[in-house]
Design a protein around this ligand. Structure first.
Ligand SMILES: Cc1cc2nc3c(=O)[nH]c(=O)nc-3n(C[C@H](O)[C@H](O)[C@H](O)COP(=O)(O)OP(=O)(O)OC[C@H]3O[C@@H](n4cnc5c(N)ncnc54)[C@H](O)[C@@H]3O)c2cc1C
Length: 404
């Protein structure tokens, strides 16, 4: 067992865990902490396998944690990227309505955007769309100038470096597998040895509910993994997309629909869809974990989820297995796109919490217990919002620390 007693141990070396550690070490505070990461390197899961979009805050219910932290987190992130000299572009994006049914939803998004404090939103008529995206078509569109792109793996690395400079520790290959209390201490048994701490913070992404259960808690939700498959445009067809082109999302779902994203290196990605995955860290269409699947089907909320969203789920699965079906969704935004313009790109898996009634938990969810804080739901836009979410979790962890 390590002789040192840390003030705080954080489980999870993704953006949320690292941003929390960074906020805990904000000068002049002196707090000893260690970040425990299961994998050999940081950003191995969601934080390193995402679209790289700095979201504006357009979509989220005004007043929700997502809305507040996305807008404030975006502003903090742009400052951080500038200070740390991490490449980014504030390139803006288009959200395009391609059917009459989508027009009122798009208008509602514009209202939400205003309520969330977004600047410079512009409603475009059909004939104005090509001024922004020459090959895109639709009935109307919303121009969102505050959206940007970056590489979140670089943000993760910068945070880890700054944590080290501020006296914190980041340990990789340290998977927490047993956690118990011993008097006023919490003992975390990891694959790199035991760690003693006063306060524990769980930021374990795809394993968030399991880490909470390791701590003896019984959250009323489960993480259900949703794989996001991507394609990229073959280089000769990249000219079809200048920046970011999104469809109008289904207001019932927290996913945004397959879209086009230009990356900083000039590649243009298409995706991600949202297919139910049979393994939490399963990055191929055929990945399966008996444990993950068994736990999923033993959870009553899972069957209610299937009953609620089964039809949408089948459509998303079809897109996983058929490039043509994927291309059809993209064609609505850019009619010249053909299946042969797409080649497969690496997938990501979202950690999406599902409650007992089978609903996809929409907002970020944080659970507190005695000297513990657990982040149970931090899907998109948590990369954008991470610096602000980190401050909120850090404040809660410090309250536990100061409360003894
Ligand atoms: C396909 C996809 C696209 C996305 N696109 C965007 C986007 O464009 N913009 C945006 O803002 N957001 C986006 N997101 C969301 C964003 O990436 C995530 O919300 C964010 O990265 C979550 O960070 P995290 O730290 O909670 O999780 P993770 O990055 O998953 O980190 C959790 C860490 O905990 C570790 N861990 C788990 N269990 C243990 C254990 N027992 N012991 C020790 N360590 C453990 C894991 O190894 C992992 O590294 C996207 C997500 C996906 C999947």
């Amino acid at each position: 067992m390590s002789a040192r007693l840390y003030d705080v141990a954080l489980i999870g070396g993704g953006l949320v865990g690292l941003a929390t550690a960074y906020a805990l070490l904000e000068p002049p505070r002196r707090c000893s902490l260690v970040v425990l990461e299961a994998e050999p390197h940081l950003a191995a899961h969601q934080s390193g396998r995402n679209s790289g979009v700095i979201h504006s805050g357009l979509y989220y219910r005004p007043g929700s944690l997502k809305a507040r932290t996305c807008v404030e987190g975006r502003q903090a992130l742009y400052r951080f990227l500038e200070e740390q000299q991490i490449p980014y572009e504030r390139c803006g994006k288009l959200v395009i309505a391609t059917s009459a049914r989508e027009l009122p939803i798009l208008a509602d998004l514009q209202r939400r955007g205003h309520l969330n404090g977004l600047q410079g939103l512009r409603w475009l008529r059909a004939e104005e769309i090509p001024e922004y995206e020459p090959y895109a078509r639709g009935l109307a569109a919303l121009w969102v100038p505050e959206t940007g792109i970056t590489d979140f793996a670089l943000v993760t690395q910068a945070l880890a470096r700054l944590i080290g400079q501020r006296g914190g520790e980041v340990r990789t290959r340290a998977r927490a597998f047993r956690i118990h209390r011993l008097g006023r201490e919490i003992i975390v048994e990891t694959t790199a040895g035991d760690v003693r701490c006063r306060v524990l913070v769980g930021c374990a992404g795809l394993q968030a509910d399991r880490v909470a259960r390791l701590c003896g808690l019984h959250p009323d939700l489960r993480i259900v993994p949703f794989r996001g498959d991507y394609y990229e445009l073959i280089p000769e067809r990249r000219f079809l997309v200048k920046n970011l082109i999104y469809p109008v999302p289904d207001p019932e779902l927290p996913f945004l629909g397959v879209h086009f994203t230009r990356r900083l290196d000039g590649r243009v990605e298409a995706g991600p869809n949202a297919a139910l995955a049979l393994k939490r860290e399963g990055y191929t269409r055929w990945s399966l974990s008996v444990r993950d699947l068994g736990e999923m089907i033993a959870f009553s909320g899972f069957w209610r989820l299937i009953a609620r969203y089964g039809r949408t789920g089948l459509r998303e699965m079809a897109r996983s297995f058929s490039r043509r079906a994927f291309a059809r969704a993209l064609e609505r935004l850019v009619p010249e796109i053909r299946a042969q313009d797409l080649r497969p790109a690496p997938s990501g898996v979202r950690a999406q919490a599902v409650d007992l009634s089978g609903r996809l938990v929409d907002d970020f969810r944080i659970l507190e217990a005695e000297r513990m804080v657990h982040v149970l739901n931090a899907p998109s836009p948590a990369a954008t919002a991470s610096l602000r979410i980190g401050q909120i979790i850090a404040a809660r962890a410090l309250a536990h620390l100061e409360g003894g």
